[in-house]
Design a protein around this ligand. Structure first.
Ligand code: SAM
Length: 302
């Protein structure tokens, strides 16, 4: 066993000890990871431990998101809606609760390596982000900072701006970038994207927004603002989900068609869609049974 795999194995062992029925899922998940992804996860865990976090805490963070999501799935099955539908209902309990938000974002970062749909969505960004383009990169809601980190490593933009309204997310994104790429031309600002009126229309070469749209009351306003800020030939990448309850998901799309109509009605065009069914089901079965579908899209201005 190398040092790289040892820390990953320790995390997985720790999670499986606390939640044994999850062991075979974890074994399968990690066996599907590329060596590069295992190295990334290992680097991330070492970075977290360098901040003074323990593997126990990181395992608990992952289990928090898993447990909370399962609980919300039961609510959704029983009621047919998400538990909350306004930002005010979740803002203080999630985004502005430092302790919870920290755990949530560390846990979510780990799902990017273990949950097959999250892995596939991150791979789509990695594969499609322009490698030969300068200019400005904007990311809305970087959270744990992993997509921004990948953009810095894979892309070739002249400057990178992240905008997030949660102090925990801003701290996590700033520190991950400083740790892995000290001196990178990146800024992370604590602000609400919709209130960032000073961002200049038509000035961004890339706009990325992972897992934010389902957290807001008016996703179409976000999509239209992205179309406005992007240059005519900008690279645009978003991810979101359908029928996928979580503690802070407030906007519910019941079909991919509903979502895609909203995207195309907001001045954007779908270049490459990725529609991922619930594990073990086909897209058709997921649709029929109202099971979660994850989606990622490479977009362009219409
Ligand atoms: C679920 S996390 C997504 C993290 C990461 N982008 C990913 O793809 O996994 C959502 C993030 O969006 C941020 N967010 C939600 N509404 C926002 C808004 N109006 N402006 C800026 N950030 C927002 C939250 O604070 C949180 O950090």
């Amino acid at each position: 066993m190398t040092e790289t795999t040892a820390v990953v194995d320790s995390l997985l062992e720790n999670i499986a000890d606390q939640y044994p029925v999850h062991r075979s899922f974890l074994d399968q998940a990690i066996s599907g990871a590329t060596p590069e992804e295992v190295t990334r996860l290992s680097g991330y865990l070492s970075f977290c431990m360098g901040k003074g976090l323990t593997l126990d805490y990181l395992a608990e963070s992952y289990l928090t998101i898993l447990g909370d999501t399962l609980e919300e799935q039961i609510y959704f099955r029983d009621h047919g809606t998400y538990r909350h539908s306004t930002f005010a209902e979740v803002a203080d309990a999630v985004y502005h609760d430092r302790e919870y938000m920290d755990r949530y974002m560390y846990g979510l970062a780990i799902t990017n390596f273990l949950w097959p749909n999250h892995v596939e969505m991150a791979r789509l960004l990695h594969r499609t982000i322009p490698r030969d383009r300068g200019g400005r990169y904007l990311e809305v809601g970087p959270g744990h900072g992993f997509l921004l980190l990948d953009a810095i490593e894979t892309g070739s933009f002249d400057d990178y701006l992240g905008v997030d309204l949660s102090a925990a997310s801003v701290e996590q994104t700033r520190t991950i970038v400083e740790h892995f790429h000290p001196g990178a031309p990146a800024r992370v600002e604590l602000r609400d994207f919709l209130e960032a009126a000073d961002l200049e229309a038509g000035s961004f070469d890339a706009v990325v927004m992972g897992e934010v749209l389902e957290h807001v009351e008016q996703p179409e306003v976000f999509l239209r603002r992205i179309a406005e800020l992007a240059k005519d030939d900008a690279y645009i990448f978003i991810t979101t989900c359908i029928n996928a309850p979580a503690v802070d998901h407030i906007f519910l799309w019941r079909t991919t068609d509903e979502l895609e109509e909203m995207i195309t009605g907001s001045g954007l065009r779908i270049v490459e869609p990725l529609r991922l069914p619930y594990e073990g089901k086909t897209l058709e079965e997921s649709r029929e049974q109202n099971l979660p579908i994850n989606v990622a899209y490479v977009l362009a201005k219409a």
